[in-house]
Design a protein around this ligand. Structure first.
Ligand code: SF4
Length: 349
């Protein structure tokens, strides 16, 4: 009953000239109140579409496949604010500016975008922009809103006198903190953070991630942390969802996925980050080959062309999702055989 978000069979496809891009296919996961989930995978694997698909902040050529469900606090967003597509059977189209959806966005679910550097309007003071966001959603006075921004600035570690500065007077790290303050301003139940620190140097990254982890605990807000960098989530996330080529390939607690890895793709990701504490950049190149073209995904297992364990069946049949341990799932024909045999992450404790 504590389930905050229940994503079921989510499929989001983009209509392109001459076909479709199958960006997200049949993705299911649950998030409890106050829980943090890491959603990881290489760029182009569908993790951003999954994250933004929750709040329907998607490009206009995005469609939900019929049967997709995004149940937040008991309400199915897909049913609520999409309609059957007239042109494409089996698909639903987003209703733009759906009033109820807009209320959920920011008020109940807020987002920290990739490249939050440019999220603030350069001609207004940063603090005023956060104050305006609060006032747009809540019936509070200027003074109350300002008090809240002061509290948030202290929380994220920005000197309070910076409230009256303009965006160009902030450093990159400070803008990122201000974005986090903005995300927390309306006391959301869920924050979706897409590569929140990727653009920053490693030291600032660590500091901000540490702060986000503390805030997440203190404010008891649930979080989906989308990143290509598994080391980012290792310490912060309670659970993990690993995506490859539009599919969730492994899900479980962070410990299960890191230490008792059950999918060859996760093994490869971990091998690409041999020491998750050091040198975080650009190690993914170590996985040989490249992800498939999602407008024409391979039949069978989408990881098969790069998988060292692939057998004939992998090229023919899509693998089922297998529960290898309680709450630990792998989408692999050989999940049971490989479970316990794959190299997991280095100890991080
Ligand atoms: Fe590798 Fe086959 Fe498992 Fe896919 S189904 S991950 S190709 S072993």
């Amino acid at each position: 009953a504590k389930t905050l978000l229940d994503v079921r069979n989510l499929s989001v496809h983009y209509k392109i000239q001459g076909g479709w891009v199958y960006a997200v296919d049949d993705v299911s996961f649950k998030l409890e109140k106050g829980e943090t989930m890491g959603l990881v995978g290489e760029s182009g694997c569908g993790k951003t579409t999954t994250g933004y698909g929750i709040t329907q902040l998607l490009a206009s050529n995005a469609y939900y496949k019929e049967g997709s469900k995004v149940i937040f606090d008991g309400k199915d967003f897909v049913q609520m604010s999409t309609v059957p597509s007239k042109e494409y059977k089996e698909y639903r189209k987003i209703v733009e500016y759906h009033p109820e959806m807009r209320k959920y966005r920011w008020k109940r679910i807020s987002m920290i975008f990739q490249g939050a550097m440019n999220a603030f309007n350069p001609v207004f003071k940063v603090g005023d922009q956060i104050i305006e966001a609060i006032k747009a959603h809540e019936d509070v006075t200027d003074e109350e809103a300002r008090k809240r921004v002061e509290r948030l600035y202290k929380l994220v570690g920005i000197p309070v006198d910076r409230i009256d500065n303009y965006p160009h007077e902030y450093s990159g790290g400070m803008k990122q903190r201000a974005m986090i303050a903005m995300a927390l301003a309306l006391n959301p139940d869920l924050i979706i953070a897409d590569e929140p620190t990727t653009a920053l140097d490693v030291v600032t990254q660590d500091r901000i991630l540490g702060e986000m982890a503390r805030l997440q605990k203190r404010e008891k807000v649930a979080m989906i942390l989308i990143t290509h960098d598994v080391s980012v989530v290792a310490e912060m996330a309670h659970k993990m969802a690993v995506m490859y080529a539009g599919h969730l390939v492994e899900t479980g607690t962070t410990r299960q996925v890191f230490k008792e890895t059950a999918h060859p793709y996760m093994e490869a990701l971990l091998a690409a980050f041999p020491n998750i504490k050091k040198e975080k950049k650009e190690r993914l190149k170590a996985i040989p080959g490249s992800p498939p073209d999602l407008s024409n995904p391979p039949k069978g297992c989408r990881f098969a062309p790069r998988c060292p364990y692939a057998k004939d069946i992998c090229l023919e049949e899509e693998p089922p999702v297998i529960e290898v341990a309680p709450g630990h799932y792998s989408k692999c024909h050989f999940a049971e055989e490989l479970y316990g045999e794959l190299g997991g992450g280095e100890s991080n404790e």
